[in-house]
Ligand binder design. Structure first.
Ligand code: SF4
Ligand code: SF4
Length: 575
């Protein structure tokens, strides 16, 4: 079975001279396989799948895709002729938390819209009849759901917080408009730790604060099903645990929660079951069978889905124990004790060092000086007394907040800055060539900026929050790129991030920050990864072990046998 996707926003027949229709061998025989009116339109019945149009379109507007025949009967939704196609749906169960993950643009949001009734199943046509929908779901738990969709109360936490963040309404006013029960409000406000900013306007909140308000709004509604899209973005590890515990407590026999999230460690901890999404972003997405969270994450890392006989990654992602990581003992850079004082904040830095070939993760709460530390090392800001002796070292810095206002073309930057070919391929930057910087999505800009930083000729690379806006596959690619480039160049790198799975993949040592958000912060010395993680987890009162099959870290369920045992031994991280 083949499907033809035309990305209408990219198709520009006036500029290309209608190339695809002229070259299509079926058209050349006199049939109308590709018709161009305002945009190209392809007949999937006539198309022989030669892919000439896909390869010759100058704007990458066409994808010709071969799919297994058996998927044909599982086409659930299509965005018009030659539009994105979604195959199968996840199995929503009341009384449990279901996780969805996979690349961006692969149908997760479409799925949420179908479950919330914003999109109606169409089986790839203009409209599907009710009786067809009933027939398709006969014998499935979803039949009851779609038969009663009008009666089911739904609450939705959107991924994009910009609409909420532009509002001048006070947090307390938004909350009281949604829920009148003061006891319920008090409970949720306290559990989410948002008491301190109830009097502030939404447009004055930080990303993390806004995220928590958005979660509060969703769960203050009396609903049967909660759709929670990326609840952990902008939050530090402590808040990620808090939110996950909060959501776990909400679920009861009569409620269901579906969570879309890219932090695999937290998704594994938070959910009972997971459906993996695979396919080509913006072209098509297929939903896997439902699995336990542990099996799903391991399957995803392995890159092969047995049930569908599909390999969606060339090689499995492998984690290593710390002693298995290659390390050098050659000190590349060290820094003295120093302080940096702002009007209301003071950072205390303890002297330490980074070795050649090492990637050091920087972790701790938001607002305790991690970015300030990195900027001080890079001499981007002055320290209180003296100067850091950088010994003529060259630094490359990727800031946390990325400037997206430029009119420069991606292709021009790639050429001018001689971006590493390996990174261009790994981060799929060729696809962005014709875009301007200001036209890139958050994830596209992040990939480009990490590639720009790693392509620089430097001794020490400082990469601040590289996982922000990236899907799970992109995060793993960024981790892989950092590891390989630092090892090959025999340089060193600091990575500030909140995704522990990402950090455990990329880093061999840790700097742990402690302190009070917005008031003071202090750095640890550079610690072996296990020791650093142990220290952090002890503060958070959670235990983590390695999965026996993949060696990836997994959070123990609170008060489980393993959790208690590890706490007794003082091994908050069992490496
Ligand atoms: S799909 Fe590509 S080749 Fe065909 S008309 Fe559009 S821009 Fe031209
Ligand atoms: S894949 Fe080949 S046959 Fe199909 S539309 Fe493109 S050029 Fe025509």
């Amino acid at each position: 079975m083949k499907i033809a996707i035309v990305h209408k926003e990219k198709c520009n027949p006036e500029s290309c001279g209608k190339l695809c229709s002229k070259l299509c061998p079926v058209n050349r025989k006199g049939e109308d396989c590709i018709i161009i009116e305002k945009k190209a339109s392809i007949s999937e019945e006539l198309c022989i799948g030669c892919a000439i149009c896909q390869n010759r379109c100058p704007f990458n507007a066409i994808s010709i895709i071969n799919l297994p025949e058996k998927l044909d009967k599982d086409l659930i939704y299509r965005f018009g002729k030659n539009g994105f196609a979604l195959y199968r749906l996840p199995l929503l169960r009341f009384g449990s938390i279901l996780g969805l993950f996979g690349k961006n643009g692969i149908g997760k949001s479409t799925t949420l819209k179908i479950f919330s009734g914003h999109l109606k199943i169409n089986f790839g046509r203009e409209k599907a009849e009710e009786k067809e929908i009933k027939e398709y779901f006969k014998g499935s738990e979803l039949l009851n759901y779609f038969e009663n969709i009008d009666k089911i109360k739904i609450s939705y936490k959107p991924q994009n917080l910009s609409e909420l963040g532009n509002s001048k309404v006070k947090v307390s006013d938004v909350i009281s408009q949604i829920q009148k029960d003061k006891k319920k409000i008090g409970k949720i406000v306290s559990e989410l730790n948002i008491e301190n900013f109830l009097d502030r306007q939404l447009n004055q909140l930080s990303g993390g604060e806004l995220q928590k308000v958005s979660i509060a709004i969703a769960f203050l509604k009396d609903a049967d099903v909660y759709f929670i899209d990326e609840p952990l973005a902008y939050l530090d590890i402590e808040e990620r645990i808090r939110i996950s515990n909060f959501i776990r407590k909400i679920v009861s026999e009569k409620k269901a929660v579906i969570v879309v999230e890219h932090d695999l460690l937290m998704l594994d901890f938070l959910t009972d079951y997971i459906n993996i999404f695979y396919g080509n972003p913006s072209d098509y997405g297929v939903v896997s069978t439902v699995m336990t969270s542990k099996t799903a994450v391991n399957t995803y890392l392995g890159g092969f889905l047995k049930e569908d006989n599909i390999r969606f990654r060339d090689k499995p992602i492998k984690f290593f124990k710390i002693e298995q990581k290659q390390k050098s003992n050659f000190k590349l850079f060290d820094w003295p004790n120093f302080t940096k004082t702002f009007k209301n904040f003071k950072l205390n830095v303890n002297s330490s060092f980074i070795n050649e070939g090492s990637v050091t993760g920087i972790i701790g709460k938001n607002g305790i000086g991690k970015t300030t530390f990195v900027k001080c090392l890079a001499n981007e800001i002055d320290i209180d007394k003296g100067k850091i002796d950088s010994k003529k070292m060259k630094f490359a810095y990727k800031p946390q907040y990325l400037n997206s206002n430029s009119d420069d073309l991606v292709a021009a930057i790639i050429k001018k800055e001689k971006i590493d070919k390996y990174l261009i391929h790994l981060f799929s930057l060729e696809m962005l060539n014709i875009k301007k910087i200001k036209e890139l999505s958050g994830g596209e800009l992040q990939r480009l900026e990490v590639a720009r930083c790693l392509s620089k000729d430097a001794d020490l690379y400082l990469i601040d929050e590289p996982s922000a806006y990236l899907d799970v596959e992109e995060r793993l690619n960024v981790a892989k790129a950092i590891n390989e480039i630092i090892a090959n160049k025999s340089k060193a790198c600091f990575v500030v991030d909140h995704d522990l799975l990402f950090l455990s993949y990329v880093a061999d040592s840790l700097l742990v920050f402690s302190g009070e958000a917005g008031k003071n912060g202090e750095t640890s010395k550079s610690l072996d990864f296990s020791e650093g993680l142990n220290r952090l987890l002890k503060e958070l009162n959670i235990t983590v072990r390695r999965d026996e099959e993949t060696l990836r870290p997994r959070i123990n369920k609170p008060d489980s046998v393993l959790d208690r045992k590890q706490k007794e031994k003082g091994k908050y991280f069992e490496d």
